[in-house]
Ligand binder design. Sequence first.
Ligand SMILES: NC(=O)C1=CN([C@@H]2O[C@H](COP(=O)(O)OP(=O)(O)OC[C@H]3O[C@@H](n4cnc5c(N)ncnc54)[C@H](OP(=O)(O)O)[C@@H]3O)[C@@H](O)[C@H]2O)[C@@H](O)CC1
Ligand SMILES: Nc1ncnc2c1ncn2[C@@H]1O[C@H](COP(=O)(O)OP(=O)(O)O)[C@@H](O)[C@H]1O
Ligand SMILES: [Mg+2]
Length: 282
Amino acid sequence: MSTIEIDKLFARQIYKPASKKTHKGIQGHALIIGGSYGKIGSVVLASKAALKSGCGLITAFIPKCGVDILQISFPEAMVTADENETVISNIDIQFEPNAIAIGVGLGTSHVTAIALEHFLQKNKNPLVIDADAINLISKNKNLLKFLPKNSVITPHKKELQRLLGTWKSDDEKIVKIQQISHDYQLIVVEKGSPTLIYYENKIFENTSGNEALATAGSGDSLTGIITGLIAQGYEPLAATQLGVYLHGLTADLVWENTSKEAFTASDIASFLGKAFLFLKEN
Ligand SMILES: NC(=O)C1=CN([C@@H]2O[C@H](COP(=O)(O)OP(=O)(O)OC[C@H]3O[C@@H](n4cnc5c(N)ncnc54)[C@H](OP(=O)(O)O)[C@@H]3O)[C@@H](O)[C@H]2O)[C@@H](O)CC1
Ligand SMILES: Nc1ncnc2c1ncn2[C@@H]1O[C@H](COP(=O)(O)OP(=O)(O)O)[C@@H](O)[C@H]1O
Ligand SMILES: [Mg+2]
């Protein structure tokens, strides 16, 4: 199966600089739904990465225990707290976001599984589905039919196996991914080295990134980047292609500044500025 490479030229053709006359309302409002006791950091990472991708506003929907953590570690974010202290139990959103990510650090408790089901039944906004939202959907595949068309799902290998079952060959894996992508009109991001994006009958292969990304919270940051790009108006497929490329670039650009060993997920958001500059330079 031939793939289409996502390289600098490809990503640059997607990139749209913001208008001089824009304001934060136009730049779009992203919502990150996730977190549970001990895993609020994943939401901090995703929220920072979303805002640093250029959207105008970011709200995090988290359990109560995460409010101070999030507000202190990332003052630019707004926070809406679930009524439950340690896990999400009722996703009650009082505004219309331009893009929603769900799953990072969410946990898979029963009460959260029910909250996810109720949320998916009423939600119509574009979604980026990661981590424990993938794990919960894998346990209850009836939920797949509630995912809005062109939602983005970002499993790593283990999450992909939970969703699709195991495969005996690469060809079998590709068939299974393309089937679910087709049946539910999903953009499937198979995270790894390299990361592949499946949409309709096409496969896109990312060319940026390296082993420095094998670090906690690196996928949470990718979720934030894609969500921030969708919120500011990129189509979900374009946001996914550009997001995956920029995410990888942050780790490629690290050479001049630090080592792969010392690279952490916080550096992804820190190096996003350099990644955008690299994209623009000849
Ligand atoms: N600071 C925070 O708050 C953080 C919070 N986080 C949150 O934690 C939750 C659990 O997420 P998670 O991904 O850590 O757990 P899980 O789904 O069981 O997968 C782990 C196993 O999968 C495998 N595996 C993984 N990648 C693979 C690959 N590329 N290629 C191949 N295999 C791969 C590997 O299994 P092995 O190969 O060792 O059998 C590994 O042991 C989730 O909500 C997340 O958002 C984290 O983001 C960390 C920072
Ligand atoms: N060796 C590697 N080379 C390139 N990219 C990698 C490598 N290891 C991990 N990554 C990237 O890092 C991210 C890891 O995501 P994930 O496993 O969900 O992390 P977390 O859940 O800790 O945030 C993915 O985008 C993946 O493609
Ligand atoms: Mg992950």
